[in-house]
Design a protein around this ligand. Sequence first.
Ligand code: SAM
Length: 246
Amino acid sequence: MVNKNEKIVDFGYKFVKKTEKQKLVNNIFDSVASKYDLMNDITSLGIHRSWKKNLINWLAPQTNQTLADIAGGTGDIAYMFLNAGGNSAHVYDINEEMIQIGKQKYRNINKLYWTIASAEKIPVLDNSFDRVTMSFGLRNITDKNKSLKEIYRILKPGGRFICLEFSHMENEFLKKFYDLWSFKIMPVIGYKVTGDKEAYEYLVESIRKFPTQAEISQMLSVIGFSRVRYRNLSNGIVALHSGWKF
Ligand code: SAM
């Protein structure tokens, strides 16, 4: 039961107490962690790799740059940053299971560091990183504004943030097929592979509830990011949001 004075937030299409959302999100990633990478490939038909590649291409890592990848999960972005020439990469994620899988997957990679931490309170001094990324994380975070402010805080002046997240399609006709895939097919595949249908219903619902490209751009600008831009990929199924700290 939700008390009138308690803050409520969305959890997919449901409403839950603000203080409970993180626990529910953690349960989801605990439940799917061991199959997370496989499911990403199946549900996106492998396209998530190309979306992540687009992020790295836009970020254009340099040999002297350090990265913080927030809600970094099993570490794909951090690894790709290093592979593209970045100096060092630090993954922060609230979920130990996800981090353990990433550590195992990238156990032979140097200058890749892992920390269990919330995006709403990153255990890092101000002005620490040249680049910050967040890939498919923001949607899951209870207080998005707070975590974006944290990201701004830990970026060095002159630093850049890029967020990759599911977004909203431009073409109404294509959206009908995407909806069919998302609501009817994806939860069934999710259930068959992970045994957790609800996790994939949450995935689809949380995507539809996520702010639009223009709304995220507005949030970044209000926080203080400069040169805020976004790029739609796959007709807006996902978007890359970029902002600089000057
Ligand atoms: N970035 C990875 C990728 O692109 O594959 C993982 C994305 S996964 C969909 C979302 C990640 O957000 C999970 O690893 C989850 O544990 C993490 N997460 C959820 N809430 C978080 C929070 N408050 N702080 C940090 N990480 C969080």
